[in-house]
Each structure stands twice: as C-alpha cells, then as structure tokens.
Design a protein around this ligand. Sequence first.
Ligand code: ATP
Length: 133
Amino acid sequence: MSELTLEVVTPDRTVVSTPVAVAVLPGMAGEFAVLKNHISLLSALKVGVLRYKTESGEEHNAFVNQGFVDVNNNVLTVLVESAELAENIDAARAEAAKRRAEERLADKSDTIDHTRAQAALNRALVRLSLVRH
Ligand code: ATP
C-alpha cells in the first residue's frame, strides 16, 4: 500500500513535504484527522495548528494560515497563505505583530480596519501558542 504524503505549500515555498502516519488539520468546523487511504476531500481550513506524526512516531506542529486542504490518492496537500514549522516561528516577530494588532484594536478611529487587526492578532496568538511550550 502506498504511504500518505503531506505537502504544505504557500505561494512562496513548500514548507513540508514528508510521508506521514497521520495529520490533524484545523477545519472550519473543528479539527479533523487524515490517515492513509482517506477518501478524496477538498475543504477549507482556518488559521490554526497543523499536527502530524511520521511513520517513526515523531510528532510535529506547524502554524497554518487560512487556505484549503486537498486529499487525493494518498497525497494530502495543504494550500495556505503562510505556514511555519513550530521550531521556525520567530517569537519576537509574533510578539511585535500581537502588539501592533492590539494597538490597532484599541484605536477606535474610522481609519482602522478592525476585522483585519483581529485576524492579525489571531495569527500572532496561534504562533505564540506554538513557541510557548
Ligand atoms: P507579520 O505582521 O509579522 O508579517 P503576519 O501574520 O501578517 O505577521 P503572514 O502574512 O502570515 O504574516 O506571513 C508573511 C510571511 O512571514 C510568511 O512567509 C510567514 O511564514 C512569515 N512569518 C510571519 N510571522 C512569522 C513568525 N512569527 N515567524 C516566522 N515566520 C513568520
């Protein structure tokens, strides 16, 4: 039987390309797991954490921005706007993004796009959740 391959792709680069035993994805309606021989699937993903385990049992976490997942013939493709493995997250950058977003949210003037600031804050908080343990 062929193995399940995980590909995490952004407009800039391929962040992950590896055989996996299981991957857990941040679906719009909650987390869901994909194992080998999963039926074909195309679904939206929200900003969150992608977890996966290799055949040898190593566990990895990655930040994923919003996007889509496609599962077909044992290839699990995650197409997202940005993604980083937990160990590659720059905590200082995420802290700065968090502060910037919080300052924008505290500013009640009409020129501030609060939805955008809230989304930036959410990305920063998810990234920080991956570097703080
Ligand atoms: P920032 O305001 O710091 O750019 P952002 O959430 O707007 O944060 P994204 O648009 O998601 O950033 O990503 C832009 C690029 O920067 C992507 O290549 C992403 O992987 C990278 N990136 C963003 N934040 C971090 C971080 N804290 N650590 C490592 N890479 C990051």
